[in-house]
Design a binder for this molecule. Structure first.
Ligand SMILES: Cc1cc2nc3c(=O)[nH]c(=O)nc-3n(C[C@H](O)[C@H](O)[C@H](O)COP(=O)(O)OP(=O)(O)OC[C@H]3O[C@@H](n4cnc5c(N)ncnc54)[C@H](O)[C@@H]3O)c2cc1C
Length: 398
């Protein structure tokens, strides 16, 4: 693809890192896509560590965090993460994958120096995976789209806290070394850091889900009298939802970045198919029905890039970006779904087979329309803001 807005206006260091990441993903990671260790509950940890060793040697492991511990800007991160996303395995190999990327960001912002040393360093070095425990089973009436429905409790006991509850859809809990657990105290939500595996956190089962890119899959877990020292609380008691907000906007946006990278690749594969495959005496792309689908893909991809660029700029200016990241998440996830669907369609039967990653990209972006806030929840919250803004403008006039 020709350099777009992000690439054309990127800093030299972002361009340089992104170029190295792209070369690594295209030359080294893509061949792993047919590795039998890519299972339905995600690639095995053995495979992840093998690819990370190669990324370490190539100097592209955790490329968005610099050797001095500082983070690239969000606009710089966008360029790098889009490139790492050119394969569903790229973010795993480069350690730019969810939920670790968001968890590292949160720990970097809120963690104490001791916490960073103990929990963040092994993540940044790519030696450990982490999991974020927020969502709770619908059958328990727990937190889902509405986090305020949280049922998991934490109670102080001397200089410890005791946590009880059930969680679901916890990505990577099976095999993670670090957990961030959300629970409700009398004074509001709290977040705790915990070494995993822990005998008080039991994996009930790993769900069979539509996606398959995240190691450990998505687990249902029971937390039974998890007793943690008070100094394993992340930040202050009662501030859990605020910290979740700190994590959410950049984490949402980085999903947009990685899956945009994946859809760029799916579009490349579909284009290649449409230019080589003949039907009715000419290449598929010369049939308007196919050519227009690819044209619409290019338009949607550019819109994704522009939304990411805009929202990243808002975050770089120091704002929480809650509204902007909601808008970007809706626009990008819906556009990526359209792109992935068109890629499948352009490729006919091959599109729904496992012979290329197009089929997987379609499954992955379908799930992306739900996690980090389903489309409807973002629209609902935006419509609430529109109503409040309208009321405020009326009050100001009055
Ligand atoms: C692949 C995957 C990975 C995940 N990983 C994690 C993880 O690592 N950690 C974690 O804590 N959670 C994780 N989740 C959970 C995810 O955050 C929740 O699925 C999401 O918040 C929605 O909650 P729910 O599934 O309970 O849906 P529900 O709350 O039951 O909502 C169902 C549907 O109702 C609609 N809806 C809800 N509220 C409104 C509204 N106000 N207006 C209009 N429509 C509405 C939406 O269409 C929504 O999809 C993951 C989910 C998936 C699918």
């Amino acid at each position: 693809m020709k350099p777009g807005t992000l690439e054309a206006t990127a800093t030299p260091r972002a361009r340089e890192i992104a170029a190295r990441v792209e070369a690594f993903v295209r030359e080294t990671v893509i061949p792993y896509e047919s590795d039998p260790r890519c299972g339905t509950h995600g690639p095995s940890d053995e495979l992840v560590q093998e690819m990370r060793a190669l990324a370490r040697t190539a100097g592209v492991l955790t490329p968005h965090i610099l050797p001095d511990g500082s983070h690239l800007t969000q606009r710089e991160t966008a360029l790098v993460l889009i490139k790492s996303g050119l394969s569903p395995l790229g973010p795993l190999a480069c350690n730019t994958m969810a939920p670790d990327e968001g968890n590292m960001f949160l720990l970097g912002k809120v963690g104490s120096p001791e916490m960073k040393e103990r929990f963040l360093t092994p993540l940044v070095q790519g030696h450990a995976r982490s999991a974020f425990f927020m969502t709770e089973p619908a059958e328990d009436g727990g937190a889902g789209s509405d986090p305020s429905m949280m049922q998991t409790t934490c109670k102080p006991d001397g200089n410890h806290w005791v946590i009880n509850g059930r969680k679901t859809f916890i990505t990577g809990a099976d095999g993670a070394k670090v957990g961030i657990v959300m629970a409700k105290s009398e004074n509001g939500a709290c977040m705790f850091l915990v070494d995993l595996p822990h005998p008080a956190i039991r994996i009930e089962r790993v769900l069979d889900t539509i996606d398959s890119s995240m190691p450990g899959g998505h687990a249902v877990v029971t937390i039974d009298n998890l007793r943690l020292p008070a100094d394993q609380m992340l930040g202050e008691a009662g501030e859990g939802f605020r910290y979740a907000q700190v994590r959410l906007a950049p984490a949402r946006l980085s999903h947009c970045m990685r899956w945009t990278g994946c859809c760029i690749r799916a579009h490349e594969i579909a284009t290649d198919y449409a230019c080589r495959r003949q039907a009715f005496g000419k290449p598929l792309i010369k049939h308007e029905g196919v050519g227009f689908m690819l044209a619409e893909n290019r338009i949607d991809l550019k819109q994704c890039e522009l939304m990411i660029d805009w929202c990243a700029g808002v975050l770089d200016a120091g704002a929480y970006g809650t509204t902007e990241s909601s808008m970007a998440k809706v626009a990008v996830s819906e556009a990526l779904m359209r792109i992935a669907d068109r890629c499948v369609q352009v490729m006919g039967g091959t599109g729904v087979s496992g012979d290329t990653i197009v089929e997987q990209v379609f499954r992955e972006v379908r799930a992306f329309r739900i996690y980090d806030g389903p489309t409807e929840v973002h629209k609902w919250s935006l419509s609430g803001k529109i109503a409040r803004d309208w009321q405020k403008s009326r009050d100001d006039i009055g």
